[in-house]
Design a protein around this ligand. Sequence first.
Ligand SMILES: C[S@@+](CC[C@H](N)C(=O)[O-])C[C@H]1O[C@@H](n2cnc3c(N)ncnc32)[C@H](O)[C@@H]1O
Length: 221
Amino acid sequence: MLEKMSDFFAARVNDYDNHMINNVIGCKEGYKKMAELLPGSVSNILDLGCGTGLELDEIFKTHPTIKVTGVDLTKAMLDVLKQKHPNQKLTIIHASYFDYDFGIERFDAIISFQTMHHFSHEQKIKLYSKVYSALKPGGNYIECDYMVIEQKDEDFYFKENERIRKEKNIVDGEFYHYDTPCTIDNQLKMLRIAKFEKAEMVWRKANTTMIVADKAIKFSL
Ligand SMILES: C[S@@+](CC[C@H](N)C(=O)[O-])C[C@H]1O[C@@H](n2cnc3c(N)ncnc32)[C@H](O)[C@@H]1O
């Protein structure tokens, strides 16, 4: 059974936070780890696929004055986020991050948590290029996601996804929920193709993996 991306999350919104914290190995620690990794100096961040804001729950504790723009496809998830943090500097955008204009050199840091494992290499490289342009020089992109080690595992999920989409006559570009985790090596390669000067894995528990990619400061003489 393949569900449209936003229908999938809307149908599960009531138990979503509990599920991520208690059933998905590494998430509980990963939300805290992301808040720790975010430099103390950042004041303006973009959260891609922010959902109900589990990573933001931790970030608001370590960075109480931070300004956040959160983008998500699922209105029901954003409604929960809004209720949780009525007093934070939070701008909520109900849109696909593939369409939303991030602007140029607008953010100190950009983050994503458990949302990128639904997309192809091609889609991600385009998105990471947009992320790179939207970061200020010296800014970081921090991604925590479901990643695998072996290429054969990545290939299996992508092939299955393709097979099911064909079977259901789903047109290209429509977002349906199916997990297609990439290998850590491929993730790092995609970020480098998108021009990040440095990208490395910094933390992993089970398949929950954190990557930090840096946009260099350019010095001109
Ligand atoms: C597993 S949830 C992660 C939510 C939150 N970051 C967390 O870790 O709890 C994935 C989220 O990504 C959102 N999402 C998926 N594709 C998206 C897209 N193209 N644009 C914006 N949001 C998207 C979903 O609506 C969902 O809220």
